[in-house]
Write a protein that binds this ligand. Structure first.
Ligand SMILES: Cc1cc2nc3c(=O)[nH]c(=O)nc-3n(C[C@H](O)[C@H](O)[C@H](O)COP(=O)(O)O)c2cc1C
Length: 368
């Protein structure tokens, strides 16, 4: 029997976050912010998603104030007068249209050089200089670098609150700086930020979260995005067992995370053997905190296939609704469908399925 999709259209409230439905726009880098400053076109792009009734918009990754936090000069900054003025316009536009939004604050860590040839004025920095096994392209952070980076995450979160955003998301996923500390292949430190267990390699993330929490106070909703996989190791698992997941996530909840955003390529894939629960399902079960699921919702191909040029067609939400109805997760992030179509939410709500578009990579060329 089919489940009513109204389950997606219940409001959700947590601290500063009050949203009209359970649909979240997934953070998606667009690289349309020259020299790190979001333009009016960027503001118009997010405004259209708010007008299209997306419950919560998470911005594209926007980098914190470290010289080498980005490998692309068109990725937005979340520091500096001009960039923050751009973001102020974004959040005003989103609120005008009745939406809610949080920036995804980001430090890329050790990166490959951008194909444009642009490199930051200082070397990339990370736990051990590596962005994947055997590939050094930057320097190991000193204690002073780490302390300044933690402070920069805190300032970005404080600015998000000051500008009027509804929440902030810390980017802890997909092989970037925070995730480079989680992964033993990229964190080979022998000081307090390294160690054999995820409980030890968690320390940098915990300090970032504590500083963010200290800056925004108790009443501002803080989200962290996490993933088991990396672009260089899709089958990787930071937590191999539910016990390891417990020692990874619960200290983050204790440090101040309100919502876990659990990144998967395909939301229906089970996290551990013996249960069909996905990552968001396990994170909720283990921490008791609200979770966001993501990964090929409403599309028949995953986003990595999309980067290789394969198109995806619309697909049924039945399995998603079944899991949501069972209480596996609270919110659902949608990436490519919302990148390609600002009206995706309204079309789903009104059963205008014949009007749903698929996704092809041409959608990446412009801000639709
Ligand atoms: C163009 C593009 C850019 C992305 N940029 C980011 C990003 O900045 N931060 C992030 O956490 N994930 C990023 N992702 C991953 C998405 O947030 C999402 O997890 C992924 O696309 C799966 O969702 P989907 O299948 O609904 O597209 C990006 C994905 C795409 C397609």
């Amino acid at each position: 029997m089919s489940i009513d999709h109204n389950i997606l259209f219940r409001p959700f409230s947590l601290k500063s976050l009050n949203i009209k439905n359970r649909i979240v726009m997934a953070p998606m880098t667009r690289s349309f912010s020259p020299d790190g400053v979001p333009t009016d076109d960027v503001a118009a792009y997010y405004h259209k998603r708010a007008a299209g009734e997306v419950g919560l918009i998470l911005s594209e990754g926007t980098v914190i104030e470290r010289v080498s936090s980005s490998n692309d000069k068109n990725i937005p900054h979340f520091y500096g007068e001009q960039a923050l003025a751009g973001w102020q316009k974004v959040i005003h536009n989103v609120h005008d249209a009745g939406g809610a939004m949080g920036p995804q604050i980001w430090h890329m860590g050790i990166m490959d050089n951008h194909h444009s040839g642009w490199v930051p004025a200082q070397p990339f920095e990370g736990p051990s200089g590596l962005n994947r096994p055997g590939n050094t392209n930057g320097k190991a952070m000193t204690d002073a670098d780490i302390a300044d980076t933690i402070a920069a995450f805190g300032r970005a979160a404080a600015d998000a609150k000051r500008l009027g955003f509804d929440t902030v998301e810390i980017h802890g996923a997909h092989g970037y700086l925070i995730d480079q500390f989680f992964w033993d292949a990229t964190n080979q430190r022998t000081d307090i930020y390294g160690g054999k267990t995820i409980a030890e390699r968690n320390r940098f993330a915990i300090e970032v979260i504590k500083e963010v929490r200290r800056q925004v106070g108790d009443d501002f909703a803080v989200i962290i995005r996490l993933a088991q996989w990396k672009p260089s190791a899709y089958d990787n698992k930071i937590a191999q067992t539910p016990q390891e997941m417990d020692s990874w996530l619960n200290p983050m909840a204790d440090a101040g995370v309100d919502i876990f955003h659990c990144s998967q390529r395909r939301f229906w894939e089970p996290e551990f053997e013996g249960s069909d629960l996905n990552f968001a399902g396990w994170a909720k079960k283990i921490t008791g905190q609200p979770t966001i699921t993501v990964g090929s919702v409403g599309l028949n191909g995953d986003f990595l296939a999309a980067f290789k040029g394969e198109s995806s067609e619309p697909s049924s939400l039945e399995e998603l609704l079944r899991r949501m109805d069972r209480g596996d997760f609270d919110l659902v992030a949608v990436g490519r469908p919302l990148l390609a179509d600002p009206q995706w939410v309204q079309k789903i709500r009104d059963n205008r399925t014949s009007e749903l578009k698929g996704f092809s990579k041409e959608a990446l060329m412009q801000l639709i």
